[in-house]
Ligand binder design. Structure first.
Ligand code: ADP
Ligand code: MG
Length: 598
């Protein structure tokens, strides 16, 4: 390419190419158009916004957004399409105190560069009769005229990407694009309950929210009353931020994070930091690989938030990231601690009629009675060889958990079922069913954690146990020896792929069967690579699981009562360490509904 006579190879691009390239950043797909136009309408102070979509040939053909906001004068209406033209900031320092959603002055210019746009607008309260109509195609002004119009603004976008074929080719199926639009709509509706939204698709009403001061109404409209039933409020104030909104009880979780809606200073954004902190706030209440449902609004000091990091403003940069994450985690765990979390059994109901056309492939998950949450540790259903009474007595012999007021009501055991479930009656006459293994696991788990703080958490074995492993297991195990020692397992490398176990955690009781040690070590070695928690947490969970009484072991009434009493002493009696529920309640009213007495 480089020739001897140095003909310049660099050229300056013409404006139309520059505009199309710039547009690519802001207008990625139809949903980006919807997002930008909705934000403009909200910034214009609209109280009611209508979105009309139409499709043809399996693609979104037209997008029209109509608002009753402030409208534009004829001069502003033309200026609005010039790149970097905005009414929202005058200079960069205004970004520190920005209250509007827009500020870049790029959206209308970008949209008009890659489509046909028709704008009709009339300023609010101006008293004039005529409004302004402007038609722009591919960035070129085609028409400007006076037209009779209501106050507010209506923007019609047609032939999106007609002049950028590469982008057009990558448009996904109509359902995918609609799903994207729905996601945007959910976030915008939730973040602006003071505005009503009406979405029509091919003239059919798809989504409606009313103007309200209560965000919960909007959530109910968008996600159904069933979701709202499972929500608990979050309300926390910190020196530099406030957190308000709702999170789901642990009985309502999803495979994905699609129902974790986060708003920061009025902006619907995606924030892995906030999402992560939110999940951490649940601790062991959440099954592995599940996400809660959450609708949180964070008001953070403007100075700590940089909104200008992404063309579509979907991502923000936060200063004091760690403090913000800690605050979210604490707000969530406090909200959960202050709430009765025993999940109610659900009577079979008809599936609610969904408002969305978008294919929701990941249905909301509520605990079925017999579902096993995925966990790093498999559950047993055969009767254990270890004497169950010894295991249970061991639980009683503890130094005792701190005597906090119990989070469970007092429960009288009235029977057991299948060696798996304990049936009980609370002092308020509610029927509860308790998973015996999960409950005992929770008890042991908290005891192990507590003991870790104390001194005598290890007991020497009278007869040391020798374990033989495969060479592969040996190398994994060798690395785990220090962590195991910390938890009370004293283990030495005995050479030739064998290990000698000299002491075990006290919580496992007087060991009469070396089998359980072998099980614990096998679990540890086998899920070493697949788990997301640290070694200490993993070892604690495995000890609790293997030490706990197994499902299928029939317990006497006294033994069952002992488990229930111990469960009442735990800090989190609602789930086992893997997040499965330990207890479910059936009120009289719920039973009556199930039996159709009412
Ligand atoms: P930005 O929103 O970043 O200012 P846009 O390109 O989205 O940039 O819009 C440019 C300007 O056009 C806005 O600053 C606003 O003054 C005006 N505008 C856009 N949409 C509307 C609307 N729906 N109602 C009133 N004014 C609008
Ligand atoms: Mg804008």
């Amino acid at each position: 390419m480089m020739s001897g006579n140095h003909t310049p190879v660099i050229r300056i691009l013409d404006q139309s190419t520059v505009d199309k390239i710039a547009a690519g950043e802001v207008v990625e797909r139809p949903a980006s158009v919807v997002k930008e136009l909705l934000e403009n309408a909200i910034d214009a102070g609209a109280r009611s916004i209508r979105i009309d979509l139409s499709a043809s040939d399996g693609k979104i053909a037209t997008i029209r957004i109509t608002d009753d906001g402030c409208g534009m004068s004829p001069q502003d209406a033309t200026l609005a399409f010039v790149p970097h033209a905005t009414s929202k900031i005058a200079g960069i320092k205004d970004l520190d105190t920005i209250r509007t959603l827009g500020f870049r002055g790029e959206a209308l210019a970008s949209i008009a560069a890659v489509s046909h746009v028709t704008l009709i607008t009339k300023p609010k309260g101006s008293g004039v009769v005529a409004g302004t109509k402007i038609v722009i195609a591919g960035g070129t002004l085609k028409e400007q005229a006076e037209i009779g119009a209501p106050e507010g603004t209506s923007i019609l976008v047609e032939d999106l990407f007609f002049n950028t074929p590469a982008r057009k080719k990558f448009l996904k199926s109509i359902n995918t694009e609609l799903a994207q639009i729905h996601t945007i709509m959910e976030g915008v509706c939730f973040s602006h309950p003071e505005c009503s939204f009406h979405l029509f698709y091919n003239n059919h009403e798809q989504m409606v929210t009313d103007r309200t001061t209560r965000p919960l109404d909007t959530i109910a409209r968008l996600f159904g009353a069933d979701t709202v039933k499972h929500l608990i409020p979050v309300d926390a104030v910190y020196p530099f931020m406030t957190i308000t909104g709702y999170i789901s009880q642990p009985s309502l979780t999803r495979k994905d994070t699609a129902r974790m809606l986060i708003i920061i200073n009025g902006r619907f954004i995606s924030s892995p930091i906030v999402n992560g902190a939110l999940k951490t706030g649940y601790g062991t209440l959440l099954p592995k690989d599940r996400s809660p449902v959450a609708f949180l609004s964070l008001q953070i000091d403007c100075g700590l938030v940089d909104v200008n990091v992404h063309p579509t403003k979907k991502i923000l940069r936060l200063s004091k990231e760690k403090e913000i994450a800690d605050a979210v985690r604490k707000a969530v765990s406090d909200a959960l601690l202050n709430h009765d979390l025993i999940p109610a059994a659900e009577a079979p109901v008809q599936a609610p009629v969904s408002l969305s056309v978008a294919t929701d492939i990941q249905p909301v998950y509520t605990y079925p009675l017999c579902e096993t949450a995925s966990s790093g540790v498999s559950e047993f259903t055969h009767a254990g060889t270890i004497d169950s009474d010894q295991r249970l007595r061991q639980t009683d012999l503890t130094t005792g958990l701190p005597a906090l007021p119990s989070r469970l009501p007092s429960i009288e055991v009235i029977g057991e079922f299948g060696g798996i479930y304990i049936l009980g009656r609370t002092d308020t006459d509610v029927l509860v069913i308790i998973d015996q293994h999960a409950a005992h696991e929770r008890i042991l788990y908290e005891q192990v954690l507590l003991r870790l703080k104390g001194e005598h958490h290890s007991q020497e074995l009278i007869w040391p146990v020798i374990l033989h492993r495969t060479p592969k297991d040996t190398s994994i195990l060798q690395e785990l020896i220090p962590a195991l020692t910390q938890e009370g397992f004293i283990l030495e490398d005995f050479g030739r792929d064998s290990f000698i176990v000299r002491a075990i955690p006290v919580v496992l009781g007087r060991m009469e069967n070396a089998g359980i040690i072998d099980e614990i070590i096998s679990d540890l070695v086998h899920d070493a690579s697949t788990t997301s928690v640290n070694n200490r947490e993993r070892i604690t969970r495995i000890i609790a699981c293997r030490g706990a009484i197994k499902a299928g072991t029939v317990c006497t009434k006294e033994q069952c009562q002992r488990i229930v009493n111990q469960l009442r002493l735990t800090q989190n009696p609602y789930t086992c360490p893997h997040g499965r529920p330990t207890i479910i309640r059936f009120s009289r009213a719920e039973l009556d509904t199930m039996f159709k007495r009412i």
